[in-house]
Design a protein around this ligand. Sequence first.
Ligand code: PBG
Ligand code: ZN
Length: 335
Amino acid sequence: MTIHIGRELGSFERTRRTRRSAALRGLVRETRLDPATFIYPLFVTHGVDVRQPITSMPGQSRLSLDQLEREASELRELGVRAVLLFGIPASKDPEGTEGYADTGIVQQATRVLKRADPELVVVADVCLCEYTDHGHCGLLTPTGEVDNDPSLHLLSRMAVSLADAGADIIAPSDMMDGRVAAIREALDGAGHEALPIMAYSAKYASAYYGPFREAADSAPQFGDRRGYQMDPANAREALREIAIDEAEGADIVMVKPALAYLDVIARVRAQTDLPLAAYNVSGEYAMVKAAAQQGWLDEDRIVLETLTSIRRAGADIIITYHAKEAARWLTEGRA
Ligand code: PBG
Ligand code: ZN
């Protein structure tokens, strides 16, 4: 029964939602998921025929280069058009040398993927923590502090070598001060003026990165990342970080993690006209997978609801380990 409260209400407010047809609901839906807005993270590793499952991220694996062509064609079929690459190097050292070697694992993976599918958008993560033996995102001083300015030089080198390998977007995740400007200048100097930068601008020092650090074997060997990542208690500071990265030349800005920071996403959305990405990180993925494995929640509905909330908060782009399954569910009409 429809309760008429008064003519001040429009027809939609006077209509029971359950009585709207599917077509009418679709017509007035405010937020939609589209696999074209997903970025799928991939962990690439040395070796042959490797598909090594990541225990804390059920469904995700470390892949060797020979597995990437199959991955690219699967993504193409699903309508997921972008990947974000992380590398597990053959060896680590204090300077993270493999991160900026032209023969580095991500440089090689980029070439393989671009050969397999030239239209696939390859986003290259730029950070030293996967490549340093101490596991920090930059170089260290002799006393073990992160040494900001010398780190910029290596991060810039890494960005240029990834650009040379054919990356379509450079994504610095290190949180060093001044990195966007330094990387922009280095890219311009190397003839990559048109290559966009997606900056991990508001990256919080979060416990939600736990499973990723297992996947990339990148947990800091001592201390933590609170010296360069943001305090989860701060939202206004995120707006300043976004403004700084924008001024330094970022083309896309990012909030990370996503779910515990939807308010930050909404506030950033209101502040900038740049495309905004949100990273639905490893811990968010692992929580859903763990509960679903127990049969404690309805996985496909939870995932699509979560991704919808990230879009509703204002993100244009969602980086998510759920990209492939979500794309599949969406084509099956489970939205
Ligand atoms: C490296 C990096 C991290 C993630 C992306 N790039 C981890 C960290 O800062 O410790 C986390 C991604 C995830 O948890 O899914 N700087
Ligand atoms: Zn890092």
